[in-house]
Design a protein around this ligand. Structure first.
Ligand code: 13P
Length: 248
C-alpha cells in the first residue's frame, strides 16, 4: 500500500513567530490523525528552530544546491539541509523552473544529490496553460519525468514521491477537475509501469497540487491515483490544512 501524504509548501511566506505558531498549531491537532504522512516545507531559515519542536510533521526543504560544500555564495548545500533534520526536498517546482531557470539537467543533479544524502525527493511536474490548451500536456509531463527522474534505477525511484502541479492551477484558484487530475495521475502511473514495473508503479505516491483546499480536497483525494496533496496557500492556515489532511 502506498503512503497517503499531505504536504504544505509555505513558499516565501511567514515571519519567524508566525512559522512557529503555524507549525505548533498543526502539530497539536495531528494527535488524532492516523495513516497520513504530513510534511511541511517552510522557508529554510526556520527549519532548525522548527526541528526542535517535537512533532509528527516531517520537515522538508523547498530548495538546496546540489553540492556538498564550497564557494557558492548564498546557497545551502544538500549536506547542510540534511544536517538540520530535513527528510524531504522539493525538486522541479514550477516556480523554480520558471523564475530561477532550473532546467532538466540541473533537476536531475538535484534528484541525485538528494538521494546521495538519503533525502526523499518530492519531484514536481506539470504543464503551463498554453501546453494544456494545445492538448500536449501528457507528452510535456512525461518528458519532464524522463529528463530528470526516470534515469533512476529501480531501488532509487521507489524512494521518490511525485507531485503533479498544473502550472495554470497554482495560486490561481482554478483547480484541475477531478477528471483532469485523475487522468494525469493515471498516466504518470502508467509511465512508471512502462519504465519500471507494475509493483513499483503501484508503490509510488503521486500528489496533486494547484489550488487544492479544504473544499475540494475530499473530491480530489477520492481519485484512485491521487495519493494526497502538495498544498500552497491553504497550508498557511492551520484549520484549512488540518481539514485537507482529514479529507481522506
Ligand atoms: P497553491 O495551493 O497556492 O495553488 O500552490 C500549489 C503549490 O505550488 C504547492 O507547491
Amino acid at each position: 500500500m502506498r503512503k497517503k501524504i499531505v504536504a504544505g509548501n509555505w513558499k516565501m511566506n511567514l515571519l519567524n513567530a508566525e512559522a512557529i505558531k503555524l507549525f505548533t498549531e498543526i502539530t497539536t491537532s495531528l494527535a488524532t490523525v492516523k495513516n497520513v504522512e504530513v510534511l511541511a516545507f517552510p522557508p529554510s531559515i526556520y527549519i532548525s528552530e522548527l526541528s526542535l519542536i517535537e512533532s509528527k510533521i516531517g520537515l522538508g526543504a523547498q530548495n538546496f544546491y546540489p553540492k556538498d560544500k564550497g564557494a557558492f555564495t548564498g546557497e545551502i548545500s544538500t549536506a547542510q539541509i540534511k544536517n538540520i533534520g530535513v527528510t524531504h526536498v522539493l525538486i522541479g517546482h514550477s516556480e523554480r523552473r520558471a523564475y530561477f531557470n532550473e532546467d532538466h539537467s540541473f533537476l536531475k543533479e538535484k534528484v541525485n544529490s538528494a538521494l546521495d544524502y538519503s533525502l526523499t525527493p518530492v519531484f514536481c511536474c506539470g504543464e503551463p496553460l498554453e501546453i494544456r490548451e494545445s492538448n500536449t500536456e501528457f507528452e510535456y509531463v512525461k518528458n519532464q519525468l524522463i529528463e530528470s527522474l526516470f534515469h533512476l534505477n529501480e531501488t532509487d525511484i521507489q524512494k521518490c514521491v511525485i507531485a503533479y502541479e498544473p502550472v495554470w492551477a497554482i495560486g490561481t484558484g482554478r483547480t484541475a477537475t477531478v477528471e483532469q487530475a485523475e487522468a494525469m495521475h493515471a498516466a504518470i502511473r502508467s509511465w512508471l509501469k512502462e519504465y519500471y514495473n507494475e509493483t513499483i508503479a503501484a508503490s509510488i505516491s503521486i500528489l496533486y497540487g494547484g489550488s487544492c483546499n479544504a473544499s475540494n480536497a475530499k473530491e480530489l483525494f477520492s481519485n484512485p491515483n491521487v495519493d494526497g496533496g502538495l498544498i500552497g496557500g491553504a497550508a498557511l492556515d492551520a484549520t484549512s490544512f488540518l481539514q485537507i489532511i482529514k479529507s481522506f
